[in-house]
Design a protein. Structure first.
Length: 156
């Protein structure tokens, strides 16, 4: 029972740590060194389903895959559980960012929840800035409290 709790805590820690990693990478890598990959996400320079920004999905998947692989090879050690936490975060990111916020698949349109509305508000503010400078709201799951107070998207 103790091992299950420890493994759960490792997965949860990896998951929540990824929010900080995603914030840092979004602010300093995507809006910095690799802006050329990310800018089509803000300016819609591509006409197809995929964006250059989607390369980041592959980059972020690699540590999770490596953790799962090497953790399985070593009798499901801590690396597996870290990889699982990273992978679960990647799946949550896909659900929240690509499906819920950007509606790349037309589902989850009418979520009437204050937290989900705050996520949409914060992301709308992030996309208000078309250039790589002066951005805000770089995270995905953590939303500043001021976005919970807005009545609707037009209040921004």
């Amino acid at each position: 029972m103790e091992a299950i709790l420890i493994n759960f805590l490792i997965v949860a820690t990896a998951f929540f740590t990824m929010e900080g990693v995603a914030w840092f990478a979004h602010k300093f890598v995507m809006h910095g060194l690799l802006w050329r990959w990310h800018k089509d996400h803000h300016k819609k320079e591509t006409s197809g389903f995929f964006e250059h920004n989607d390369f980041f999905f592959l980059i972020f998947a690699l540590p999770g895959i490596a953790g799962l692989f090497f953790g399985m090879k070593n009798n499901f050690n801590f690396l597996f559980w870290i990889g699982l936490g990273i992978t679960i975060y990647g799946f949550a990111y896909f659900l929240v960012h690509d499906i819920f916020i950007h509606q790349r698949f037309k589902i989850l349109r009418n979520a009437d929840n204050n937290y989900f509305k705050a996520i949409r508000r914060a992301h709308k503010i992030h996309h208000k800035h078309l250039g790589k400078e002066e951005g805000e709201c770089f995270g995905m799951l953590w939303v500043p409290f001021r976005y919970f107070r807005k009545r609707n998207l037009n209040d921004l």
